[in-house]
Ligand binder design. Structure first.
Ligand SMILES: *[C@@H]1O[C@H](CO)[C@@H](O)[C@H](O)[C@H]1NC(C)=O
Ligand SMILES: *[C@@H]1O[C@H](CO)[C@@H](O)[C@H](O)[C@H]1NC(C)=O
Ligand SMILES: *[C@@H]1O[C@H](CO)[C@@H](O)[C@H](O)[C@H]1NC(C)=O
Length: 386
C-alpha cells in the first residue's frame, strides 16, 4: 500500500501540493547609504544621459556623484511568500532574493504550469522557501529611489528577514529555522554575498546565481537595457520618478536571454511582469560585493556561460589558462568556505530560471545543497506543531 502510494507520488511529480502563504513582514532597519548628487529622472532623455554618465570607460560613475554618506532608517513593509513541503517544515529554509528587472516571482514562475518554478523543486527536495520582493520593488514598500533604495538599506532588510526566520519572528509562522540558506540571483546574489560577508554566522549555505565579482561588463547591461523613465511605462502608477525600466522586450532579451535558449512566450512574460530599478540601486550595485568573505559554509556560484552583465557574453574567456571561467576568480574571496564550487551553465544567459536550461540549473543547485548537508542541516525547532 505504502509502496504504491510512493510510486503514485513519483508519477504525480510536480503536481504535489504545497503550503504557501503570502505574508507582509514589517522591518525597522538602518543603513549607511551613499549621498548622491543626482536628481530623479523626469523623462527618457534624462535617463539616457544618466546611463551615458554611468558607463564611461575608465570612470567610477558612482564616485563622481558621491557626496559623502548618510544614515538612513525607517520601518518598511516587505511582501513575502513562505512555503513548506507537504509534510511540514523543511530541513532548512532557503531565503531567496531576486535580481534587477524581476520580483519574487522569479523563484516561482507560474509559466508552463510551474514547470519553471525553483520553489516547486526546492520543496520537493525537502526545503522550506521564503521569497520576498526586495525593498522598493514589487509589492514591498517604496521610499526615496535615490537616497533610500540602495544596496546597503536592502541588505539591512535581508539581514532583518534572516534574523526573523532564525528567531521564529515571521508573523503567522510558528517555526524557527536554525539553518537559513541564502540564495540570490544577480543583484540578489550581490546582496547575499554582502550579508554573508558581514554576518557569516547567520548563514548555513550560499548560492550565488547569475553572479561574478568582475564588474568590467556591467556597462553592457546598462547600455543593453534600453532603460526609459518609469513614468513612460505601464508601471507609472506604482513607482515614483527615479526608477527606470526596460524600454521593450528586446532589452530584456539582450540582458537575460541567450540565443536559442528560451521559449518566446517566456520573454513576453518577463517583459510584461518586469519591474524597474531605482537610480540608487544602479549607483550602488557595482561596489556591494567587494571584499573578502569569511563565510565558512558551502558556496556555489552558478552562472550561464553567455551571461552578459558579469561575463560580457562568455564566462570562459578569461585570458588566463589557469582560470577556467570568470566566476572562479572569486575563489580567493572565500578563504574559509567549507566547499567552493562553480557551475558554468552551458549556453545559458543571465536569466537562468527562465531558460530551457533551468532543469539543469536547479538540479545543480539542489545537488550542491544535498552534497553539502553533511547531516547537519539539523531538525527544525518547532515552537508549536499540532
Ligand atoms: C566606485 O566608488 C564607490 C564610491 O566611492 C566605491 O564604493 C566603489 O568601490 C568604487 N568602485 C570601484 C570599481 O572602484
Ligand atoms: C519541464 O519541461 C521540460 C520540457 O518538457 C522537461 O524536460 C522537464 O523535465 C520539465 N521539468 C520538470 C521539473 O518537470
Ligand atoms: C574581468 O574579466 C575580464 C575577461 O576575462 C578580464 O580581462 C579582467 O581582467 C577581469 N577583471 C577583473 C577585475 O578580474
Amino acid at each position: 500500500m505504502l509502496l504504491s502510494f510512493a510510486s503514485l507520488a513519483l508519477v504525480a511529480g510536480l503536481a504535489t501540493a504545497r503550503n504557501c502563504q503570502d505574508i507582509t513582514v514589517s522591518v525597522s532597519i538602518t543603513a549607511r547609504n551613499g549621498n548622491f548628487n543626482v536628481q530623479p529622472t523626469q523623462n527618457d532623455i534624462e535617463v539616457t544621459n544618466f546611463i551615458l554618465d554611468g558607463t564611461q570607460q575608465g570612470h567610477n560613475a558612482s564616485a563622481q556623484v558621491l557626496d559623502g554618506y548618510i544614515d538612513v532608517s525607517g520601518a518598511y513593509d516587505l511582501s513575502t511568500t513562505y512555503c513548506t513541503p507537504d509534510d511540514g517544515p523543511g530541513k532548512a529554509i532557503q531565503l531567496l532574493t531576486h535580481g534587477v528587472g524581476f520580483d519574487r516571482s522569479y523563484w516561482d514562475l507560474s509559466f508552463n504550469d510551474y514547470n519553471y518554478s525553483y520553489v516547486e523543486q526546492a520543496l520537493a527536495a525537502g526545503y522550506s522557501t521564503f521569497t520576498h520582493d526586495r525593498l522598493g520593488i514589487g509589492e514591498s514598500a517604496r521610499a526615496d529611489p535615490i537616497r533610500d533604495i540602495q544596496a546597503p538599506l536592502e541588505i539591512a532588510a535581508l539581514l532583518a528577514l534572516t534574523n526573523l526566520l532564525k528567531d521564529g519572528g515571521i508573523p503567522g509562522v510558528s517555526e524557527s529555522y536554525d539553518k537559513v540558506i541564502h540564495v540570490g540571483h544577480s543583484f540578489g546574489a550581490i546582496q547575499s554575498y554582502a550579508l554573508t560577508r558581514d554576518h557569516p554566522e547567520l548563514s548555513a549555505g550560499l548560492i550565488l546565481q547569475g553572479f561574478a565579482q568582475n564588474a568590467t561588463f556591467l556597462p553592457y547591461f546598462l547600455l543593453g537595457g534600453n532603460f526609459v523613465a518609469v513614468q513612460n511605462t505601464p508601471l507609472a502608477s506604482s513607482y515614483p520618478a527615479g526608477y527606470v525600466a526596460a524600454g521593450n522586450p528586446s532589452a530584456v532579451q539582450t540582458n537575460f536571454f541567450s540565443p536559442g535558449m528560451f521559449d518566446p512566450a517566456i520573454l513576453d512574460l518577463a517583459y510584461s511582469t518586469g519591474q524597474p530599478v531605482s537610480l540608487g540601486e544602479l549607483l550602488t550595485v557595482g561596489g556591494a560585493a567587494a571584499g573578502i568573505n569569511p563565510f565558512s559554509g558551502p558556496v556555489l556560484i552558478i552562472t550561464g556561460n553567455r551571461d552578459v552583465p558579469f561575463c560580457g557574453g562568455d564566462c570562459s574567456m578569461t585570458g588566463d589558462p589557469n582560470l577556467p571561467d570568470i566566476m572562479t576568480a572569486s575563489k580567493p574571496s572565500f578563504p574559509n568556505a567549507a566547499a567552493f564550487e562553480v557551475v558554468n551553465v552551458p549556453g545559458a544567459g543571465h536569466g537562468l530560471n527562465l531558460e530551457y536550461s533551468h532543469t539543469y540549473t536547479y538540479q545543480q543547485m539542489l545537488e550542491f545543497l544535498s552534497a553539502n548537508e553533511g547531516g547537519n542541516w539539523g531538525p527544525v525547532r518547532r515552537a508549536f506543531r499540532a
